[in-house]
Design a protein around this ligand. Sequence first.
Ligand SMILES: O=C(O)C1=C[C@@H](OP(=O)(O)O)[C@@H](O)[C@H](O)C1
Ligand SMILES: C=C(OP(=O)(O)O)C(=O)O
Length: 407
Amino acid sequence: MSILITPPKECRTTINLPASKSISNRALILNALSYSSYPVENLSDCDDTRVMIDAFESNNNKFDIHAAGTAMRFMTAFLSKIVGEWVITGSDRMKQRPIGLLVDALRSLGARIEYLEKDGYPPLKIYGSALKGGSLTLNGNVSSQYISALLMVAPYMEEGLDLTLAGNIISRPYIGMTLKMMKVYGVDAVWNDHMIRVRPGEYRPVRFTVESDWSAASYWCEIASLIPDAEVILTGLQKDSVQGDSRIASFFKELGISTQYVSDGVKLFHNGKLAKGLNFDLSDQPDLAQTLVVTCVLKGVHFRFSGLQSLKIKETDRIEALKVELHKLGFVIKDINGSVLVWNGERCEPHYSLGIDTYDDHRMAMAFAPASILVNPLMINHPQVVSKSYPGYWNDLKKSGFTIIEK
Ligand SMILES: O=C(O)C1=C[C@@H](OP(=O)(O)O)[C@@H](O)[C@H](O)C1
Ligand SMILES: C=C(OP(=O)(O)O)C(=O)O
């Protein structure tokens, strides 16, 4: 299925953003480990959270977490300590997303895990048992999800966990999110530079409410920046958020959008600024790359975004996907070694009629939809991919004046 999107001329809207899937999926693990009888409040209704809920509610020992990276990594560590025999699998893409570093780490801490197809990749067979724990060195520059997965089960390891992170640490705020949430559930960890120490202990059940999703907010910053005088209120966002993607507010100041905290969220409004060029290291906010890249080309802002090496192992190879789809819109962006994306204003012949392909990647669909403000109407292929993190995205666009027709 494809859709044709036509934008409104003006945009004054209030959006109830979806809850954060990153926070939701951590809360589900911590709730389970603390044997909490309190349901997590404001859980996301997205696919990535639904697969975790399904796994927890299932009477089966085989779980299919589809395309959810967090679910695959968090559940692998969780099941390693739950006595029983478990199989965890996922989508075809998930079977290409590496998990070897996490499996090696868990094995060295006492887990027994086998690969069922290809070494280093899901599906996995896990023989859950008590984990001994101890000291471990892990590469910090592949996926922070391995680190978060280990940290959440670490209090239940006999010796706790002394984790040394080697190399650059990417997606660092997600590790911070994990430690902050563990603290809410009663376990204090110590993080000094490249070393994180978690002592043996137990989580306590708490009432927990999930924040709205700052990554989802980024698409509204993009929309607001492209429609003159737009004013958007996003509810449920917090100033002292545990989400590193709240940084989007400061990134977008340079793209003409300021953020003001109001009673239940934030207001986005035009500030009249537009940077000539942007040069950001996005290794702490990889999920914002697509939003920023697409916004910049549409606004004619040259850029150099570095720290993007993890993009090729996400829902799709996002570096390639961005290059190919922006080419269709007439923009030539280049990568350097798969970790830096650069645009110096180069243009090419556009091919609008092909439509934007989404590669099973929610963020491709969500970041490209606002391009309809310049290419009207814009066709997006397989728009249903947004359900991975933001099932209500198309309805929210309609509510804000966009016309969306199925083709
Ligand atoms: O821990 C998390 O909730 C996430 C961490 C990031 O992944 P990496 O650590 O693999 O970069 C991010 O891209 C993903 O959407 C969610
Ligand atoms: C990378 C993402 O998700 P995950 O790794 O959890 O599948 C994302 O949502 O952009």
